[in-house]
Each structure stands twice: as structure tokens, then as C-alpha cells.
Design a protein around this ligand. Structure first.
Ligand SMILES: Nc1ncnc2c1ncn2[C@@H]1O[C@H](COP(=O)(O)OP(=O)(O)OP(=O)(O)O)[C@@H](O)[C@H]1O
Length: 265
């Protein structure tokens, strides 16, 4: 009898954040936080205001350089790299406040996102016009797919700054997707949205996971959204990781309840 084929080795985390410490003027924003994000996992980071969530994103994306610890993406060290290099490795992010070119159209904003991903520079573009032109056509087709995917068709020629806030946030998500990321960081994707916009965004996040299958890290205050969407949740408070587990484990964790009730009183 033939033995069954050996199971493939379990894939390790694509992002490893190990014992990171970051302080500003001696005050710790992140104090020894460690976690790993599995390929295609939807990982959430929650915590009260000022807990260190955005600082974690800023460390991953190269905006802040921590004094301690190690961060790797797909085995490559991230600390010490500049934000554009990290974007070039395939880590895209959206921001708490929309950061788009407000005077440009939806289409142009997405094309700019895509150009960060194109593999030719200005000189090679001149030398290899044919190749550059083909890349440009492919870029345009990829952007049109994103417009379809996020149902932005009716706004594609509109100036971004004049669009409703919920649509601007969706364009920002599209801009990040246009980079063809291998990891997506979503900083408060539903902040300031009404219920309908929030539900739409939840659906797009699930669609990204289903159809594109990339891992995502979500920082969000909307607890309902986090508990509905996330595979695992990391809770930070005063820069320290106080819990890590499934939404159900987190909901029932006495330390988490204490941190939140403490802030509410
Ligand atoms: N550039 C900076 N200079 C000085 N202190 C900073 C800086 N960035 C963050 N901090 C401090 O680090 C701590 C964590 O801030 P951070 O913005 O990461 O928290 P947060 O959990 O994202 O908060 P919020 O939910 O309000 O967005 C805070 O005390 C904040 O004041």
C-alpha cells in the first residue's frame, strides 16, 4: 500500500513583528510588541486611543524606525528601509485620513498607484519604448479591473476632491490595490463612514480576501467590523500587547474588557 503523500509544511507568517520597541522622547509608543501575520490572514489591531496602533503601521511601512526589535516581510528585514522601498516589496497602505491627489480624477489616482508598481524607470522607458508602452497598456487594463471590482465606474472621470468621503476612501483602497500588494495595511478604513458605507467597505474587504487572497492588517475602532471580519485580533494598550486571539477569545478576555472599560469610565 502506498503511503499518503506528505502534507506540505505549514507556511510560516509572511510578516513577523518581533519584540519591537519605539519611543518618542523616552515615552514608549510600542513596548516589546510581537506578532506574526499568516499568508491570506485578516489580522486586526485594536486598542484605545493612543495605544500605538498607527505607530505599528508606521514601523511596518518604514515611516518610523524603532529602537528595538525586528520586522521581516517574506523573510526580508524591513527596519532601515525607506517607505518607497517597502512599498516596492509589496506592502501597500491606506491612511486614517484620505491621502489622494484631490485635484486629479479617480482614474489618474489609480494609474499613479499603479505606476509605483511598474518595473521600468524613465531611462529604460526611453530605451525600450515598446516594452514601456506594453506595460502602460497592461497598467490601464489592471486599473480598469480595479474600477470594476470596487464599483467605481460612475466616478472614474470625476475629480477625487469633489467626491463624497466614502467614495474617496474607496478610491484610496483602489489606489493601494493598484500597486498589486502582497500585504495590505488598512488604517481605520471605515472611520467617518455612515452605516451603508461601512457595510459596503466590509463587503469589499471580504471580496479582496476571497478573490485576491492577500493578507491584510486592519486597524479599526469599529468593534463590530473587527469582530465580523478578522481571523485574529491583537489588542494593544499603552504600547503593550495585552491579548492576541480569535474574535471570540478577545471578546471574553478579562484584560481586554478591563482596558476598554477603564478608558470608558
Ligand atoms: N511622531 C510622534 N511624535 C511623538 N509622539 C508620537 C508620535 N507618533 C505617535 N506618538 C505617540 O505614540 C503613542 C501612540 O500613538 P499612535 O498614534 O500609534 O496610537 P493609536 O493607537 O494609533 O491612536 P488613535 O487610535 O488615536 O489613532 C501616543 O502616545 C502618541 O502621542
Amino acid at each position: 500500500m502506498n503511503a499518503p503523500p506528505p502534507a506540505p509544511p505549514p507556511a510560516g507568517p509572511i510578516l513577523e513583528f518581533s519584540d519591537v520597541g519605539l519611543s518618542f522622547a523616552g515615552v514608549a509608543a510600542i513596548d516589546g510588541v510581537s506578532f506574526g501575520v499568516e499568508p491570506s490572514e485578516l489580522f486586526a489591531v485594536i486598542g484605545p486611543n493612543g495605544a500605538g496602533k498607527t505607530s505599528i503601521f508606521n514601523v511596518i511601512s518604514g515611516v518610523y524606525r524603532p529602537q528595538r526589535g525586528r520586522v521581516t516581510f517574506d523573510g526580508q528585514d524591513l527596519i532601515g528601509r525607506r517607505p518607497h522601498e517597502i512599498a516596492g516589496l509589496g506592502i501597500a497602505r491606506t491612511f486614517q485620513n484620505v491621502e489622494l491627489f484631490a485635484g486629479l480624477t479617480v482614474l489618474d489616482n489609480l494609474m499613479l498607484g499603479r505606476h509605483q508598481q511598474l518595473r521600468y524607470g524613465a531611462l529604460s522607458a526611453m530605451a525600450w519604448l515598446g516594452r514601456a508602452r506594453r506595460a502602460e497598456l497592461a497598467a490601464r487594463a489592471a486599473v480598469e479591473d480595479i474600477i470594476d471590482f470596487l464599483e467605481l465606474e460612475q466616478w472614474r472621470r470625476h475629480t477625487v476632491g469633489l467626491l463624497p468621503y466614502g467614495i474617496q476612501k474607496r478610491v484610496e483602497l483602489g489606489r493601494a490595490l493598484a500597486m498589486e500588494p502582497r500585504l495590505l495595511l488598512l488604517d481605520e478604513p471605515v472611520a467617518g463612514m455612515n452605516l451603508e458605507e461601512t457595510e459596503d467597505t466590509a463587503r469589499y474587504i471580504l471580496d479582496i480576501r476571497e478573490e485576491i487572497g492577500i493578507p491584510m492588517i486592519l486597524v479599526e475602532h469599529d468593534m463590530g467590523l473587527v469582530m465580523d471580519l478578522a481571523d485574529r485580533v491583537l489588542v494593544v494598550d499603552f504600547g503593550v500587547a495585552i491579548a492576541l486571539g480569535s474574535p471570540t477569545e478577545i471578546r471574553n478576555d478579562p484584560e481586554v474588557i478591563r482596558a476598554y472599560l477603564g478608558k470608558a469610565s
